[in-house]
Every structure is written in structure tokens, then in C-alpha cells.
Write a protein that binds this ligand. Sequence first.
Ligand code: ADP
Ligand code: MG
Length: 256
Amino acid sequence: MKGIPVLQAKGLVKRFGGLAAVNNVDVDLYRDQITAVIGPNGAGKSTLTNLLSGDLPPTEGRITLNGNIIGGHSPESIARLGLGRSYQKTNIFLPLTVWDNIRLAAQAKEQHLPFNPLHWLTRADRNARVQARCEKALQLARLEHRRHQVAATISHGEQRQLEIAMTLATEPTVLLLDEPLAGMGQAEAERMVELLLALKAEHAMMLVEHDMEAVFALADNLTVMVNGQVIAAGTPEEVRNDAGVQAAYLGEEAEA
Ligand code: ADP
Ligand code: MG
């Protein structure tokens, strides 16, 4: 039983002038499930991610997150409703320490809480809460040993872990990750796969990823996009055996 989707999108369309970068796409993300989105460059994967996160307004379609209609809302308000995302390019503050990066991400959320006199009265409590959230994110992302290090001095793989820690510090229920393994060596990629598997239990996750080994290791559901459209969706096995997908995409990959 999958239950109720944490995030659901129906009939999403995004047009850039005459180009339908995302063309009538549905998405259902469930807690404790990883949905991987694959497809050639230009298929619309990043655009889809940007629609779900509010970085781009959809031309058409409906998106709900934890029961709230979010289509057209700002990224900040969508984040407050429980959506965390990472970007294809890392988004960290290189001169700051690992801890300060996480702390800033957590505070950014806290500052947007609606005004509440009880919160105002308990500033110390609030600080303690932010502190605890950061500590948990640091641990979940397995970066305790890098806490005091300046972000510029940690490895590329650890910078990607840091980006995930910054996302976790906002306590999301949905995680959207755009190519979290990009540019990683084998060992770094394996560590990230393990980390993502560990995060699965508490989150609904959507992963855009080119690394097929990682995709097949991680995904419960696989969606294949080509030219803005979903050409196949199902379990990894179902998609792997789909003749249309092999012709349009996986076959092409194998030959490359
Ligand atoms: P993917 O992430 O699958 O490689 P993208 O979502 O980045 O694909 O791009 C899908 C298509 O939309 C591409 O043809 C791209 O050139 C186009 N596109 C993406 N963003 C924009 C934009 N802001 N303005 C115009 N065209 C865009
Ligand atoms: Mg992309």
C-alpha cells in the first residue's frame, strides 16, 4: 500500500515560447519511496523539478503538497510547507564552515514562521530548536567530522552531502534532488547512494539522475521523460523491459 501521495502533480505543462519543456506530466511521490526521473539532456527533468519547487510557475496543471495546493506559490512558501530541494549545481557558501552553512539554511526557515507571541517570548527555546535541527541534519548527512571545516576545503562529494544537510535542516517531507551524483567518483557515489537510501524512510523523494547504476540501486519507481513527455513509468524492472524505452533511451545509452 502506497497510501496518499505526499506530493501530487496532475497535467503539468511548462511552455517556453513555442517549446513545451514539460508536456502534460503527472507526478505522485510517496513517503518511503524514491522516484527516479531519467531521460536524455533537454528532456525537461530540471524544468519539472523547478515546477514542483516553485522556482518556475507552471503554464498549466495542479500541484498539491501535504494537501495544500501549491501551483504558482513562491519557492519560500512551498519550502515552508515541507519541500526541500537541491540544485544541479551546488548552492553552498564556500567561505563559511559546514556548520554555519547548515545553520543559515535552518534559520532561513525559522525567520519565515508566522508571527506568534509565544515564539517571540521564547527566543532561547527557538535557538535551541534550530540548534537541534542543525545537529540532526549534520548527523543524517554524515558530516559530523567536518563540522568546523570551511566548505571550500571539503571534497566535492562532501559538498553535495552538505547541500543535502542544508535541505534537511528545514525538515522537509519531500526531497527533490537534481543530479546529486553529478561529478562524483565511484566511492563518493556509493556513499551518496547509501545516504539517500537512509533518508528514504522519512521522506518522499524524487531524484533526477544520469548514473544508471545508482538509479537502479535506489529507485522504487522510474519515470522516463523524452521531449517533455513521460514515455514510460513503473517499477525499474517494468521500465527496463519496455521496448519503447529501450529504443528511445536506454538502448541509446548502452551504445554510447
Ligand atoms: P533536462 O534537465 O532534462 O536536461 P531541461 O528541463 O533543463 O532538461 O530543459 C528542457 C528544455 O527546456 C530544453 O530544450 C531547454 O533548452 C529548455 N529550457 C529550460 N529552461 C529554459 C528557460 N528558462 N527558458 C527557455 N527554455 C528553457
Ligand atoms: Mg537538468
